[in-house]
Design a binder for this molecule. Structure first.
Ligand SMILES: O=C(O)CCC(=O)C1=CC=C[C@@H](O)[C@@H]1C(=O)O
Ligand SMILES: [Mg+2]
Length: 311
């Protein structure tokens, strides 16, 4: 990574080449085998079944600004070509709401017309979320992603914002991808929209079904994948009947290296739809050391055994 994101500076992934194309299996290293199962389903879909037919040839994406100091915001934004939507990370552990406000203000100063959204990754409690979003709403927010961690809390934040006349829609991310029932948030009327990610939801087809059943607008986002995994996110965005929001799929721009000769970074604020192949030379350059390679192969074997037991 060029900047710390989710607390990490290094991203590891296992790549396969299947009969239908390249596939990525990259559950975060702290996830247990059970949580990795849908990520493996997604890789099997990509490598062995391919994706549903696209409805569009390119998809709009947002720039992503990690929890950096306001002075570093222009340099992060400079990595994105033609950005009209920006997602700003807030509520980082050890930081204050003042720091969030300063970061969002810095983005607004560079891009007065852009659509701005924030992502708290569940880092606030309900009163802090309502207070912070009240202050941030002055910068015109498109929505706030996962302001608090649990579904009941999301519902309360939504109600309290409405009662206070603060016009910031609430999006659910962790409450979709980390819940055993991804539809609960929609059933409980706890969010205005949902964030969907291909790997944690078990593949493009499964994510399409979840969006259809939730009956809420959806934002497609990345799991900090390499260009191979991002191409699956693009396939989902390309196959959704409605795509009302720019996708959080511009994260290869945060990486210092990638496995594709033509990395899937946005051009003119858009990503092209289509297959991505890993490049032999880049695979060699970024190959994991022997013990990490074995760790991933062991993890793959255990996760596959879990998956086979479930089906
Ligand atoms: O949505 C984006 O703009 C980028 C992707 C992104 O923010 C994330 C990718 C991977 C893991 C998550 O913690 C994080 C998110 O919370 O959405
Ligand atoms: Mg999120």
């Amino acid at each position: 990574m060029k900047v710390r994101f989710r607390g990490v500076l290094q991203r590891e992934a296992l790549l396969f080449r299947g009969p239908a194309g390249w596939a990525e299996f990259s559950p975060f290293t702290e996830y247990d085998d059970g949580e990795a199962v849908p990520w493996l389903r997604a890789a099997i879909e990509a490598g062995w079944h391919g994706f549903p037919a696209p409805l569009r040839a390119a998809v709009p994406v947002n720039a992503t600004v990690p929890a950096v100091a306001p002075g570093d915001v222009p340099a992060v934004l400079a990595r994105y070509d033609g950005t009209q939507t920006v997602k700003v990370k807030v509520a980082e552990r050890g930081q204050s709401v003042d720091e969030d406000v300063a970061r969002v203000a810095a983005v607004r100063a560079v891009l007065p017309q852009a659509a701005l959204r924030v992502d708290a990754n569940g880092g606030w409690d309900v009163p802090t979320a309502v207070d912070a979003l009240g202050r941030l709403s002055g910068y015109r927010l498109q929505y706030a992603e996962q302001p608090v961690m649990d579904i009941a809390g999301l519902r309360r934040v939504r109600e309290q914002l409405r009662r206070a006349g603060i016009d910031v829609p609430v999006a659910a991310d962790e409450s979709v991808r980390k819940e055993s029932d991804p539809l609960r948030v929609a059933r409980e009327d706890a969010a205005d929209l949902i964030v969907v990610k291909v790997q944690p939801l078990g593949g493009v087809r499964r994510a399409l079904r979840i969006v259809a059943e939730a009956g809420l607008p959806a934002v497609v986002s990345s799991a900090l994948d390499s260009s191979v995994g991002i191409s699956a996110g693009v396939a989902l965005a390309a196959a959704l009947p409605d795509l009302p929001y720019a996708c959080g799929l511009g994260t290869v721009s945060l990486m210092a290296g990638d496995v594709a000769a033509r990395p899937l970074v946005p051009v003119g604020g858009q990503l092209r739809v289509g297959a991505v192949a890993a490049d032999e030379e880049l695979l060699e350059r970024y190959a994991a050391a022997g013990d990490r390679r074995q760790w991933w192969l062991d993890r793959l074997g255990r996760t596959y055994a879990r998956l086979a037991g479930e089906t």
